[in-house]
Design a protein. Structure first.
Length: 256
């Protein structure tokens, strides 16, 4: 075992407690979903090879993202690229009356998200969000499904491409119309390189989006296009989880 993995295990023990720590190890060995404490309850996570890293490093980041949401009334939240729904869970805990839609095209992850959100009334949409509705190809890294993407190169750049399959896709504008959504209070996007496609398919609803959180890697050649699209709609931005060559960035419409 590497020194880094050992430190990650110790961080899980410290943050989640001994029982959760043992549950994670057991889930990895048995390859079954495990429950971890998160806010007011225990929720399922995917027992992939990278789960130790993600639990040690991602939970605190998700908490900071949710706490960064502006305090004004938040009634509609869209979580695009929800994985097993932990961001949506934390958002539901902070904004219990909000309508939350979690988009996740991978069937196994969508099932976990659905189980995690059922107590909060969140809606899981098992579709990819893209520039247009129809069909897309999901490229999967089974060792770390947080890196799944509808952009093949984005998966190959960070891990092993283990499978690919067709999934249903929908644009933000089409979804907003079908659900009667007139405005979005928070749009969170984490789709591994496909962020600009999501925004291109939401040109109308973006005009009525109050705040947006997106992961940006400044090493990604698509980052410039992404920032140009966002600059058309938002005038205030600040990093929430900065790293060496990127950040999770909160964008706020002027006047909010």
């Amino acid at each position: 075992m590497s020194i880094k993995k050992l430190f990650d295990l110790l961080r899980i023990w410290r943050h989640l407690g001994f029982l959760a720590f043992m549950s994670v190890l057991r889930g990895m060995l048995q390859k079954v979903p495990v429950r971890i404490p998160l806010g007011d309850g225990k929720y399922l996570v995917n027992p992939e090879r990278a789960v130790i890293y993600h639990l040690a490093n991602s939970i605190s980041k998700l908490n900071r993202l949710v706490q960064a949401i502006p305090d004004a009334e938040t009634s509609v939240i869209l979580d695009v690229g929800s994985n097993c729904g932990l961001f949506s869970v934390l958002a539901a805990q902070r904004f219990p009356s909000a309508r939350i839609y979690a988009f996740e095209p991978a069937p196994d992850l969508a099932a976990l998200a659905r189980e995690n959100l059922k107590v909060h009334g969140g809606i899981v949409v098992q579709k990819a969000v893209a520039d247009k509705s129809g069909e897309a190809v999901l490229f999967v890294n089974k060792d770390s499904q947080q890196t799944n993407s509808i952009i093949r190169d984005a998966v190959v750049a960070v891990g092993n491409l283990s499978s690919e399959y067709a999934v249903e896709a929908i644009s933000l504008d089409d979804f907003a119309t079908s659900e009667g959504i007139d405005a979005i209070d928070l749009l969170k996007i984490d789709v591994q390189g496909a962020e600009s496609l999501v925004l291109e398919g939401g040109s109308e609803i973006l005009k009525k989006t109050r705040a947006l959180i997106v992961e940006v890697s400044f090493l990604d050649p698509r980052a410039q296009t992404l920032m140009q699209i966002l600059a058309e709609h938002f005038s205030i931005w600040r990093p929430v989880n900065p790293v060496l060559f990127g950040a999770d960035i909160l964008f706020i419409r002027n006047g909010e």
